[in-house]
Ligand binder design. Sequence first.
Ligand code: SF4
Length: 69
Amino acid sequence: MEAQVNKETCIGCGRCVTTSPEVFRMFKRKSAIRTDADYSMTNYVEMAAKNCPSKSISVNVVTPAADPD
Ligand code: SF4
């Protein structure tokens, strides 16, 4: 899993940081992804994206490569 924030549309409400502080932090009044982001709380990351009022968060679920058998 990987999240991204669109800084152009983020309104800096901080809701994502409240919901998923392991992944998001505030930087210069905008949301940013922590350099040490911990994605283990998957549900909260998805909830943060879903509840973002400006729809500025995108979440990619990285699926493991198929077993080459
Ligand atoms: S919830 Fe959305 S608008 Fe609010 S700070 Fe996070 S990314 Fe920005």
